[in-house]
Design a binder for this molecule. Structure first.
Ligand code: FRU
Length: 522
């Protein structure tokens, strides 16, 4: 059966039980509410904001409109977790005020109380965010975005907005938003990156209140198919050497590799004022034009947690795309977040690159492990069916061997005739996800109209892929997350089996692990 959802059901005459708003919402909950990816209980969510870790708790804030299921006057919603996987939604943290809506931004744990907001017992947490003034915007002015701060002395439960907001005035730039702040240990200063139309602006501060402009980056570098938004900037230690590099994540919308919103990154060095690209990275950038954190269509505004005690940065992204986010067929809530990921900095033969992998904490929820070695296939071969493993709650690690110049397609399918295809095209050298027949697609002109492709530099004789499946999302981590693809889909019924096939020659697949996740977040 084809489902249609409408939030205006209550204004229509009742046509019987099947069409009531409650019934539609119930169906939507069962079919589409993710099992383990964070969603707000109700209404609209976009970018992750203000993430910090303190006293064993991870905090996630997010762009939130509590009055409706489309984008509206922005608040900061709030959720907490002990392990980044199981989340509890908390009361709204920041409300719009006379300076405007509360747009994206970050939070830092001010361990040394540089801001002076502390009370001597707990370190203050300082949120740095954009105030977006809709009245000035309507009046046709361009200076309607500026940066403000708020602080919490009860570990993020309640917030006080700073009396002298804004702390950074608009210099006459239309898109001037999404501050992300990091402590720069070498130069004993806070550094803020801010998206400003077509570049990243860098500012420094000693106390989080007074900010000094220090440099611009990126006007002529990377992808520029849209406005730059939601940057992040942090040092990373290389996995296989002792070098430290600075990494700039820089989202943009539109202009992503497969259309719409996406996050690119840059690797370089920072002298306390300017960010300069690393030469090996620059060479790769010259060839590719842009280097992406995730080449799927649904990982946007990915940023890192502040103050974690892990060696590597941990990110989360908004699992949607501005091309269709407001139309996806869930009326009760709209959007979920990606699985949190650990970033790694690798020195490869071509130079520095970042890989992403799901955080280790996910493994605490693994149960029902199944493995099968060396299954030969060419014709479509069943790997897993939902009687053994719930495919909407699983992590599947596969290894493909004996690969030739061929196309290897994995297919999730159901009796309703929906199929989601993904895999490795060793002929044209790319990874792909094809959601054209995955179920509901016609809610937007921009959804499921083409195959998503992530180009690869060579073809592979063997490859490993980690596949994370929830009810409406797939996250693919190719060869330890060297390439990542994240996408959402809306089948008419849950997927029932996973198969694999090739076109020309027999190859082998080993299921290293199939893990049913023992979790229900919602
Ligand atoms: C990115 C973004 C940000 C902005 C926020 C508004 O998705 O456009 O640039 O702060 O969303 O909700």
């Amino acid at each position: 059966m084809f489902l249609t959802f409408s939030c205006k059901e209550t204004t229509k005459p009742s046509l019987g039980r099947e069409t009531t708003a409650e019934n539609v919402a119930h169906k939507e909950e069962i079919l589409y509410r993710p099992n383990f990816h964070f969603t707000p209980k109700e209404n609209w969510m976009n970018d992750p904001n203000g993430m910090f870790f303190l006293n064993d708790t991870y905090h996630l804030f997010f762009q939130y409109y509590p009055e409706g299921n489309k984008w509206g006057p922005m608040h900061w919603g709030h959720a907490t977790s002990k392990d980044l996987i199981k989340w509890s939604e908390e009361p709204i943290a920041l409300y719009p005020d006379e300076l405007g809506y509360i747009f994206s931004g970050c939070a830092v744990v001010d361990l040394e109380n540089t801001s002076g907001f502390g009370n001597g017992t707990t370190p203050p947490v300082v949120a740095i965010f954009t105030h977006h003034d809709p009245i000035k915007e309507k009046d046709g002015r361009i200076d309607f975005e500026y940066q403000s701060i708020a602080y919490s002395i009860d570990e993020g439960k309640t917030w006080v907005k700073y009396a002298n907001n804004p702390v950074l005035q608009n210099p006459g730039i239309k898109n001037f938003r999404d501050p992300k702040v990091v402590w720069d240990e070498d130069h004993e200063q806070w550094v803020m990156v801010l998206a400003a139309d077509d570049r990243t602006k860098f500012y420094s501060s000693k106390d989080l209140k007074e900010w000094k402009f220090i440099s611009d980056f990126g006007k002529d570098l990377g992808a520029h198919g849209g406005v730059w938004e939601c940057p992040d900037f942090f040092p990373m230690q290389t996995e296989n050497s002792n070098e430290t590099k600075w990494v700039l994540l820089q989202s943009l919308n539109p202009g992503g590799p497969n259309g719409g919103s996406a996050t690119q990154y840059f690797i370089g060095d920072f002298d306390g004022e300017t960010f300069k690209l690393d030469e090996t990275f620059k060479n790769q950038l010259d060839l590719k034009k842009a280097i992406w954190l995730d080449q799927g269509m649904d990982n946007y505004a990915s940023v890192t947690w502040n103050n974690t005690n892990s060696k590597n940065p941990i990110t989360i992204g908004w699992m949607s795309n501005w091309l269709y986010a407001q139309d996806v067929p869930t009326e009760t809530w709209r959007s979920s977040m990606t699985i949190p990921r650990e970033l790694k900095l690798n020195k490869t033969e071509n130079g520095f690159l970042i890989s992403s992998e799901p955080v280790n904490q996910l493994e605490n929820y693994y149960s029902n492990r199944i493995s099968k070695a060396d299954i030969k296939f060419k014709e479509e071969t069943v790997l897993i069916d939902s009687k053994t493993i719930d495919l909407a709650k699983s992590v599947i690690d596969i290894k493909l061997t004996d690969l030739t110049t061929d196309i290897y397609t994995l297919t999730l399918s159901n009796a309703a005739g929906n199929s989601l295809k993904f895999g490795l095209d060793n002929i044209e050298k790319h990874l792909f996800i094809d959601r054209q027949s995955s179920g509901l697609t016609n809610f937007s002109e921009a959804f499921g109209k083409q195959v998503t492709k992530a180009p690869l530099a060579k073809h592979y004789e063997e490859a490993e892929i980690k596949i994370i499946l929830d009810k409406t999302s797939i996250e693919l981590f190719f060869n330890n997350g060297q390439e990542v693809l994240t996408e959402i889909f809306f089948p008419n019924e849950p997927f029932e089996k996973l198969t694999i096939g090739s076109t020309k020659k027999e190859a082998k697949i080993s299921i290293l692990n199939t893990n049913k996740l023992n979790i229900n977040n919602n």
